[in-house]
Design a protein around this ligand. Structure first.
Ligand code: ZN
Ligand code: ZN
Length: 255
């Protein structure tokens, strides 16, 4: 089992993660946890995040430790109707990102459960088919706010998601060489996800694996105490029967 990877980490710069996630502190903690290869992937959801991204990039070259560090970014959906992303080829070029992860982050005002599922599926496919994307982040993650609103309370297991969705997603991933993320923080530690839902999620990963999909492992940490969740993701993926050779290890960036 590969438990030495964490390919989705936030920093204190953008401000979604807390102040414990300074770049030097998070790198030191990843070393302590026995990681060998990580990716820094803070949010780039719009022009408000450009300055913070530049600061992270500036800070990375001062690291001289043993970790392989890949310079990456997390993007979200820019326009749900068009299926576009908040990171473009131009931004990848401008910042020199070498690992781009992204996917939908909500229900985009859909209210009917089947409509939410169909929209999420369409946006996941659009993400996977976008040539800048290396990994699709946390499939079927929805914010806990949606449970407070009552719009996701039906999501207690994955039985409502049609089997052909799994097939279509797997096919798009294999065709484009895009990985699917196993996210410790967003999925395993989600306060609203039932054990039944997590069992279904394991079967979902197994079904994608059977169809040839590759995977990435991560914590999605926004607090330094949550970096260990990449280890939980590794155990979860191994439990789903995904072999090490299907786990993606990106090349470290020369920073
Ligand atoms: Zn995310
Ligand atoms: Zn994230």
């Amino acid at each position: 089992m590969r438990d030495d990877l964490d390919l989705h980490i936030h920093t204190a710069h953008v401000g979604c993660a807390d102040e414990t996630m300074s770049v030097p502190a998070l790198l030191a903690r990843c070393e302590e946890l026995g990681r060998t290869q990580i990716a820094i992937t803070d949010h780039l959801n719009g022009p408000q995040h450009l300055e913070a991204q530049a600061k992270i990039r500036e800070e990375l070259p001062s690291y001289e430790g043993p970790l392989g560090v890949t310079w990456g970014v997390e993007c979200t959906i820019a326009d749900a109707a068009a299926g576009t992303l908040t990171v473009t080829e131009e931004l990848v070029e401008q910042f020199g990102f070498e690992f781009v992860i992204g996917g939908p982050h909500g229900r985009y005002n859909a209210t009917d459960p089947d409509e939410i599922i169909a929209l999420n599926h369409r946006l996941m496919l659009a993400t996977v088919r976008n040539p800048i994307i290396h990994s699709l982040v946390h499939p079927w993650w929805f914010s806990r706010v949606e449970w407070d609103r009552g719009t996701m309370t039906w999501f207690e297991d994955m039985s409502r998601i049609p089997q052909w969705h799994v097939e279509e997603l797997a096919e798009a991933c294999v065709e484009t060489g895009t990985s699917v993320e196993m996210n410790g923080g967003a999925i395993i530690h989600h306060a609203n996800y039932t054990d039944r839902l997590k069992d279904d999620y394991k079967a979902y990963l197994a079904a994608l694996c059977e169809r040839g999909v590759t995977f990435t492992l991560c914590s999605d940490a926004h607090d330094i105490e949550h970096l260990q969740r990449a280890g939980d993701a590794a155990a979860f993926l191994a439990d789903a029967g995904v072999p090490d050779e299907r786990i993606v290890v990106p090349a470290p960036s020369s920073l």
